[in-house]
Ligand binder design. Structure first.
Ligand code: HEC
Ligand code: HEC
Ligand code: HEC
Ligand code: HEC
Ligand code: HEC
Length: 337
């Protein structure tokens, strides 16, 4: 059984525009992007001539690799649901599958280039444009970065989020956070959209500190990202691992989302819902007492469920990263001798 637990027919649709006046035609992946949407079929190479720097940044991004990266390819093989491809390669029907989420997916509709700012005369001479300030808002990203499981009748079950990065971002903002998706993900790297696959970005997510506790050491994690950590794909997890002097490893806590099955009121079968969420909430500070026999602590980020990491296709791919490690006696003498 795959990550989504079941495969149902494509059915109902939900139009979730970032701005009610302007729609991108995304549908949480329920349908492919409408092939009738004019110049939306443009390949990235047709923008490259005049936008070389943006092209180069995009080409190195996960958006460009959304349909071809090993983690996606192996997950799709286990669960070949058309919905996956509708989101990871919205222009498949237009022959652009391997470009994943390309320029046209975000910028081109009805033969016009959508921009957040008014197009200059120079730009207007190169291509027709349409002003779409919503492009710069988190609601635009939400059309792909926020979605739910589907019931047997095709409707989306709002009690069952698969990804909830934008809802998490709202919680970050409610707790005083000032930045938008764009401030953090389009700043230095522009269209690189750096995230968990970029070590320096991943390193900014959490501040770590060790302090003495009654039993020995206490590790404190402080979320510094603009959403939960980990966020995004349902299989992401963070393990806090204690290692004894003899090398025995024990997971002290997993920061992860778990899922369970409930009867599907719309179809008679079962559907998946989110069960528990132990990820680090926005702005959360969490302290964990490490076992008294711990000689070392590691914080390990998993890009996929540890049991998937063994599949042959992923053997040469990075599936985990050690984000933080400390030898408790040498680096930090927590326990009072
Ligand atoms: C995932 C969606 C997405 C993709 C894919 C994407 N863009 Fe953008 N682009 C944006 C957003 C959002 C902005 C920012 C709007 C703002 O802040 O003004 C932007 C801004 C721009 C700008 C103006 C600012 C700048 O950096 O120069 C250009 C030009 C541009 N994009 C071209 C492209 C080209 C060419 C491609 C493909 C090589 C591309 N975009 C791919 C979302 C995207
Ligand atoms: C023939 C050259 C040319 C091609 C091809 C071209 N552009 Fe442009 N584009 C321009 C020029 C020139 C500007 C205006 C730049 C300026 O004013 O600094 C512009 C501006 C833009 C902007 C707005 C930048 C801003 O300041 O907000 C976006 C977005 C954009 N282009 C996207 C695209 C996309 C997507 C493609 C491919 C489908 C594309 N362009 C193809 C020449 C081109
Ligand atoms: C204050 C900065 C900040 C803001 C604001 C922010 N992010 Fe992030 N984001 C990060 C950091 C740091 C990471 C790396 C840690 C991680 O992957 O959890 C990250 C990771 C991600 C990832 C990668 C997750 C993965 O599993 O690969 C996605 C997707 C993402 N952010 C989307 C968004 C979206 C969408 C928004 C707006 C709703 C947003 N982010 C707002 C800092 C930010
Ligand atoms: C058409 C759908 C779509 C839109 C719109 C979109 N994304 Fe994505 N984004 C994706 C997909 C699919 C991936 C996963 C690619 C992969 O398989 O690694 C992704 C990955 C990312 C990552 C992860 C990079 C990493 O290293 O893990 C970040 C960050 C991100 N997007 C930010 C944004 C932001 C910010 C916006 C809004 C400006 C946005 N995206 C709009 C579909 C989209
Ligand atoms: C509504 C859009 C949408 C649908 C539908 C969707 N995804 Fe994704 N997927 C995303 C976004 C956005 C991300 C980026 C978040 C992140 O990087 O963790 C992502 C990330 C992933 C990743 C992590 C890729 C990486 O680079 O590490 C995998 C694997 C994945 N999806 C597999 C699937 C599979 C398999 C399906 C179908 C069963 C599916 N997705 C359906 C939007 C979607």
């Amino acid at each position: 059984m795959g990550r989504w637990g079941f495969v149902v027919m494509l059915g109902g649709l939900l139009l979730m525009g970032a701005n009610p006046l302007i729609s991108w035609g995304f549908s949480s992946g329920l349908r492919p992007l409408d092939p009738a949407a004019g110049g939306a079929a443009a390949g990235a190479a047709s923008c490259r001539t005049c936008h070389q720097d943006v092209y180069r940044a995009w080409a190195g991004s996960r958006h460009a690799a959304a349909a071809t990266n090993a983690l996606f390819v192996s997950a799709l093989e286990k669960e070949p649901d058309p919905r996956c491809v509708n989101c990871h390669a919205p222009l498949r029907a237009q022959g652009r599958r391997d470009e994943g989420v390309n320029c046209a997916v975000c910028h081109v509709r009805d033969g016009k280039v959508r921009t957040a700012r008014p197009m200059s005369a120079l730009g207007e001479a190169a291509h027709k444009s349409e002003l779409a300030p919503a492009l710069a808002e988190p609601g635009f990203c939400a059309q792909c970065h926020e979605f739910a499981f589907r019931r047997a009748d095709g409707s989306l079950s709002d009690d069952a989020p698969i990804q909830s990065t934008v809802t998490e971002w709202r919680a970050y903002r409610d707790r005083g956070g000032q930045k938008s998706c764009r401030d953090c993900h389009m700043a230095e790297g522009g269209h690189r959209f750096w995230g968990a696959h970029h070590r320096p970005t991943l390193d900014q997510a959490i501040a770590y500190s060790l302090s003495p506790s009654a039993a020995g050491c206490r590790l404190t994690l402080q979320n510094q990202a603009g959403h939960a950590v980990p966020t995004g794909d349902m299989t992401r997890r963070l393990d806090v691992v204690a290692v004894t002097a003899a090398g025995r490893r024990r997971v002290v806590q997993s920061l992860v989302r778990t899922f369970r099955f409930v009867p599907d009121e719309a179809g008679g079968g079962m559907r998946k819902v989110r069960d528990a969420d132990s990820t680090l909430r926005p702005a959360e500070r969490r302290s964990l007492d490490l076992p008294a026999d711990a000689a070392r602590v590691e914080v390990v980020y998993w890009f996929t469920h540890p049991r998937n990491a063994m599949t042959p296709q992923l053997r040469d791919t990075e599936t985990r990263r050690v984000l933080f490690a400390a030898d408790l006696e040498e680096d930090v003498p927590c326990a009072i001798p």
